[in-house]
Ligand binder design. Structure first.
Ligand code: SF4
Length: 247
């Protein structure tokens, strides 16, 4: 996997850099920032409760959101390859976080590697933890056997499904890409059919759009709507924030 350092993200905040002599590439985040913005952002309990997040920032994303701090060259223009075993070892031996967060870019571009990573974590990590990552639903057709392996893995998991528009126009304004709605809905079905635990986030969408999506979800997917919350776009100089914390 291509792993890149840094960047603060919506809903999370650095509390420290993990100064590991082995690979100083990973950061701890405190979920406390998830409760700013007038309490609009609240992670599900399994991820909050003051749990620290160990963030692995993956390189690459097919979208081009105007507010994104992840550039095509990486946040700091650098990336390394890391094996699943190395990531599990660093999380186990150099971190005290309870959440292993595989963050984007678009981490599901690497979905085929997630089962191997989850298994490496299960074998290596002695404390209880949650494996957390994100789905955009448009990274490509999700590999059903990878999803099945995740479902069967003996590791606590929780995923965010990031929705960025209820209409083609809104999606295009938000992401500067064209929505592949067939792929989006078929990937959502794959997650549901494989019983992958997820919550929904709505980025940069007004409540009217969110309600439109939720109505559609109730009518066509399930009357049981997963936990969800909106992520408003707020002025936030992520890279400057990160550099201040590093300094
Ligand atoms: S989905 Fe948007 S905000 Fe997230 S990494 Fe991709 S371009 Fe950036």
């Amino acid at each position: 996997m291509h792993v890149q350092t840094i960047g603060a993200s919506v809903g999370l905040e650095y509390v420290q850099w993990l100064h590991s002599p082995v690979m100083p590439l990973f950061r701890h985040c405190d979920t406390a920032r998830a409760h700013v913005n007038d309490g609009l952002i609240k992670l599900p309990g399994i991820l909050s409760d003051n749990k620290l997040q160990f963030i692995v920032q993956l390189q690459g994303c097919p979208l081009d959101c105007h507010y994104c701090y992840v550039t095509r060259a990486g946040v700091h223009g650098e990336a390394v390859r890391a094996s699943s075993d190395a990531l599990a070892r660093i999380f186990s031996d150099y971190s005290r976080a309870n959440v292993f967060h595989l963050m984007g870019g678009a981490p599901a571009l690497y979905l085929e590697h997630w089962p191997e990573l989850v298994e490496a974590l299960r074998k290596r990590v002695q404390r209880s933890f949650v494996f957390h990552s994100d789905f955009l639903l448009t990274e490509g057709d999700y590999d059903e056997s990878a999803l099945e392996q995740l479902r069967q893995a003996d590791v606590t998991q929780m995923y965010a499904v990031n929705i960025k528009g209820a209409t083609r126009d809104e999606y295009s304004r938000n992401t500067r890409t064209v929505l592949n709605s067939d792929m989006l809905w078929s990937n959502l079905w794959r997650l549901i059919e494989q019983r992958i635990p997820f919550y929904l986030t709505f980025t940069g969408m007004p409540m009217a759009s969110i309600n439109k999506f939720l109505r559609w979800y109730r009518e066509h997917i399930s009357t049981h709507v997963p936990y969800w919350f909106p992520i408003p776009i707020v002025p936030y100089l992520a890279i400057e924030h990160a550099q201040r914390k590093e300094g």
